[in-house]
Write a protein that binds this ligand. Structure first.
Ligand SMILES: O=C(O)CCC(=O)C(=O)O
Ligand SMILES: [Fe+2]
Length: 313
């Protein structure tokens, strides 16, 4: 065993390729890649929307290839049926009357289409812009809501306004540390019980106080198959569903890699599943995150990220 300074020198040598090349050139690399992807998918106006309002709606024709949403919806309905032990009542929504969130979580290993969802290039371009290239999946859930009989007093909301930065104390950073990418699978309007959000609230960099923002909340109006993306700072909730039938969506919350995820994907996802997906999927599961090492020290390999010099890393 070498001396402490030998070990340090060895580590520094091994780590060289993964260091930032020095500002600003080192910082420019991921930023340039991310901007290239945004331009390739013609997402510039959506990035402006995110910056200005804290949320953007990417229409179905841009969000994913033909046929993807139908497969995602079918797998989501199968999961819900299995979980509930009965078929969802698509027409009247009585099976899910007064449901606000529901218990449909951690579906990633239940059907490969959920893994495909995480690897959609347009979603990844927005994710990279918001959280950098090292972000991880924090949690995923499907939401299935029937008509609601009552609202939060003084509003037409059923889910109170909140920020998805649930684990962060305020004040928040102006750049995102969490974000939410939600695939909307049915019509979304106020009457449908859509997502509600407060445009510009991400700029306040804090959690809302109880009741705050209700008067400024607007509905997210979106066609089925849209990808709704929001900054973790953005205040949002959900409106009462007034129509019969079901409002269905599948949402993923992502975080920067230094935040402990709610889903233990790094530990749970089998190698065969990683092998069946693009390499980026393994990173989304946290395989590159340098935490939980013991006496031998961290691994210095090309896959492990040791430093995040900018918000785009
Ligand atoms: O879509 C909704 O009803 C809101 C759910 C929500 O707050 C979330 O996905 O973070
Ligand atoms: Fe939320």
């Amino acid at each position: 065993m070498g001396t402490a300074s030998d070990n340090l020198a060895k580590r520094q040598e091994e780590n060289k390729p993964y260091r930032a090349e020095g500002s600003p050139a080192g910082a420019a690399q991921p930023m340039d890649r991310i901007w290239e992807a945004i331009r390739k998918h013609e997402l510039e106006s959506h990035i402006a929307d995110l910056e200005t309002h804290g949320l953007t709606i990417i229409p179905p024709e841009k969000a994913a290839p033909d046929g993807f949403i139908e497969r995602l919806k079918a797998a989501t309905l199968r999961f819900i049926e299995k979980q509930d032990g009965r078929a969802p009542d698509l027409e009247k929504g009585e099976s899910h009357r007064n449901q606000i969130l529901g218990d449909y979580h951690y579906m990633v290993l239940h059907d490969p289409v959920f893994q495909e969802m995480f690897c959609q290039p347009v979603a990844l371009a927005v994710l990279d812009y918001l959280l950098g290239e090292s972000s991880i999946i924090h949690a995923m859930s499907a939401l299935c809501k029937g008509p609601h009989d009552k609202t939060i007093p003084g509003s037409d909301l059923v889910l109170p306004l909140h920020s998805d930065n649930q684990l962060l104390p305020g004040p928040f950073h102006p750049y995102a540390e969490f974000c939410n990418l939600t695939w909307n699978l049915t019509e979304y309007s106020r009457e449908d019980g859509s997502l509600a959000y407060v445009p510009g609230s991400h700029k306040l960099c804090r959690h809302p106080l109880p009741g705050e923002g209700i008067a400024q909340a607007v509905p997210v109006e979106a066609a089925p198959g849209s990808l709704i993306c929001w900054h973790g700072n953005t205040w949002h909730g959900a409106f009462q569903r007034k129509k019969p039938g079901l409002r269905l969506s599948i949402g993923a919350i992502y975080s920067r890699p230094y935040i402990w995820p709610r889903h233990p994907l790094r530990e749970d996802v089998p190698q065969a599943v990683l092998d069946a997906n693009p390499p980026r999927f393994a990173r989304l599961c946290g395989k590159h995150v340098m935490t939980n090492w013991r006496e031998p020290g961290p691994t210095y390999s090309a896959d492990i990220i040791h430093a995040y010099p900018t918000q785009f890393h």
